[in-house]
Write a protein that binds this ligand. Structure first.
Ligand code: AMP
Ligand code: TRP
Length: 332
């Protein structure tokens, strides 16, 4: 049986980058796999989070996942902190993983920067919690982007060491699910910067709460250069804004960047932008409208998450019991 686990950190002010880079992938996997999806609030607190903001972002991220088309009946969608097994297993795995393994994690080095001594212990141990997320459900496949590959390899090492140390075949070997190059969406005002919630200009991003008129307006106002569109990918070198808009078109149309270049070769930006605006409005507004609707119905979202947590708990409970027995904890 193939079982997927994936997690997304809660963020407020979700934008097109979050949708195309992360959330959309989840929608696509649900037809093929049994999927368990979590908004990982416990991961988020490895760096400081404003408590009120965290709760709101957690709900908003869940709403975006639902609005994007993840069916919460067919899949399991829940908030990490609602299922205590994640923290319980993470502790056991803290005692399995070696300090030397975690010391090699490049993301910690990047995030901690020069102030390593000031980073939280949680930020250092974060990959163990991620391994726990996956192993608590004996997930077999995990969709990963480039930045998470190393953490997934670590999860495999931890699973293997656990099996060896305790002489069990408890954890399956987790396979990464490489989903092709993730769409990296850049700012609409500056093709050299990632689209980000922290950009002061609202025109730099499409928010998942923008209405159709706003989507079209932002695309019309997106920065461009004076040349017409080229016919090949190579000719896009040094034209970050053109590259970004063509990438967004390709992602929304589900086509390749090569085909998209060929389709618009020689077009002026104004004609291309009007095509892009039409496509963006038709493909994104139903989702964005639903995000706004769900924002106004927190009771529904909370209900979905409660049901998800119950279902996650039912899967996790017997596995955690098996783990505790393997470790030698006295039966409660
Ligand atoms: P963040 O809001 O930066 O914590 O990101 C949440 C998720 O959205 C992560 O999986 C990111 O990889 C993804 N993401 C954020 N910004 C972008 C972007 N501009 N392009 C593609 N993916 C993004
Ligand atoms: N660490 C991932 C990120 O920052 C999120 C995550 C937490 C995750 N647990 C996971 C992803 C388990 C896949 C599987 O994006």
């Amino acid at each position: 049986m193939k079982r997927i686990f994936s997690g997304i950190q809660p963020t407020g002010n979700l934008h097109l980058g979050n949708y195309l880079g992360a959330i959309r992938n989840w929608v696509r996997l649900q037809d093929e796999y049994e999927c368990i999806y979590s908004v990982v609030d416990m991961h988020a607190i490895t760096v400081w989070q404003d408590p009120q903001g965290l709760a709101a972002s957690t709900r908003e991220t869940a709403a975006a996942v639902i609005a994007a088309g993840v069916d919460p009946e067919k899949n399991v969608l829940f908030v990490q902190s609602h299922v205590p097994g994640h923290a319980q297993l993470a502790w056991v795995l803290n005692c399995v993983a070696r300090l030397g393994w975690l010391n090699r994690m490049t993301q910690f080095k990047e995030k901690a920067g020069k102030h390593r001594e000031n980073a939280s212990v949680g930020l250092f141990a974060y990959p163990n919690l991620m391994a726990a997320d996956i192993l608590l459900y004996k997930a077999t496949h995990v969709p990963v982007g480039d930045d998470q590959k190393q953490h997934l390899e670590l999860a495999r090492d931890i699973a293997q060491k656990f099996n060896n140390d305790f002489g069990v075949e408890l954890f399956p070997i987790v396979e990464p699910l490489i989903l092709g190059p993730a769409t990296r969406v850049m700012s609409l005002r500056d093709g050299g910067n990632k689209m980000s919630k922290s950009d002061p200009s609202d025109y730099s991003r499409l928010n998942l709460t923008d209405d159709a008129d706003t989507i079209a307006l932002k695309i019309r106002k997106a920065r461009t250069d004076p040349e017409p569109l080229p016919s090949t990918l190579e000719e896009l070198t040094g034209r970050p804004e053109a590259t970004n808009l063509l990438n967004i078109y390709a992602a929304l149309a589900d086509s390749s960047i090569d085909d998209t270049c060929a389709k618009f070769a020689g077009w002026s930006f104004s004609d291309f932008k009007s095509e892009l605006a039409d496509l963006a409005v038709s493909s994104l507004s139903p989702i964005f409208d639903e995000v706004r609707r769900l924002r106004g119905d927190p009771a529904y979202v909370d209900g979905v998450l409660r049901m998800g947590a119950e279902r996650a708990e039912r899967i996790a409970q017997p596995i955690l019991k098996e783990i505790y027995q393997a470790v030698g904890f006295l039966d409660a």
